[in-house]
Design a protein around this ligand. Sequence first.
Ligand code: NDP
Length: 311
Amino acid sequence: METAEKIKCLIIGSGPAGYTAAIYTARANLNPVLYQGIEPGGQLTTTTDIENFPGYPEGINGLEMMEQFRTQAQRFGTDVRTGVVTSVDFSKLPLKLTIDGRKNIEADSVIIATGATAKYLGLESENRFRGMGVSACATCDGFFYRNKNVAVVGGGDTACEEAIYLSSLCHKVYLIIRKHYMRASKVMQERVNSIPNIEIIYGYNTKEILGDENGVNGVLIAAEDGSEVKLQIDGFFLAIGHHPNTEVFKNYIAVDEQGYIKTKPDSSKTNITGVFAAGDVRDSKYRQAIVAAGSGCIAALDCERYLRGEV
Ligand code: NDP
């Protein structure tokens, strides 16, 4: 049997958290190896221009930004590899991981930065207009819809937050809820109800997102009785939840009721010695690139101290 490769610092995930952890650990001579995962570059590669990441006064395309993150991590010696972690054994040190079901690794430390994935409805038109009017992040993309009409789908706290955020930028916000009530907390419901340019539409599912080569220009929604309504919109925002990418770790790593990794207060340490978590995989609240990057830095510093023997 092939012997396992020994790695001092293994980083899993290639979003802002993973690459920031890589930059810091590489500069600290920890020879990090980073596996990019299923979606190299992470969620930012599916968004449009990023205008709220400091240091890019003109904004930057998400894909381009993640290429720059990678280049910076490689400049200091990070070994960036394609591959997905398919199983782990964190029952004792060294930490054991399998990549793509066949390559074995023994790591002294692991930084998990596998992110979270926004849930989509599964419509073909949603895919077609992704980045052309369809978005899963109002804070990222809302600015492009100033004084326009948009729709938010979902009835939870995230949907309310997104609708409230968009209401201050957009002319009109439709909040489309499939049930006849909201799941959101009372306080959020009261807030959306009190904002005049948010129109809440209960009991409708999204049937099709409409548009042309210029992007989204409408949405077709349908009630249970089959009746359909067409709304004129320029932006369609998904807010039907995220799922953290923690499946492969869940037999060992403590997660909360939504599956997000639990970390010790004021640190990136998980319940397993030598395993740290950074970015959206441990953050159901802020979900911003800049926060993930900061969190990657924290994990790198914690990891460096751990490897130096300062627990
Ligand atoms: P939730 O799971 O709470 O809500 C998801 C919403 O999307 C529900 O209304 C659900 O409808 C709807 N939905 C799911 N699938 C579909 C679909 N296919 N078509 C139409 N609608 C769909 O997710 P959130 O992201 O809103 O919240 C996650 C957690 O984070 C919650 O615990 C929330 O309280 C918390 N949170 C807290 C915030 C705060 O305190 N400020 C801010 C944001 C989130 P249905 O009800 O019919 O299932």
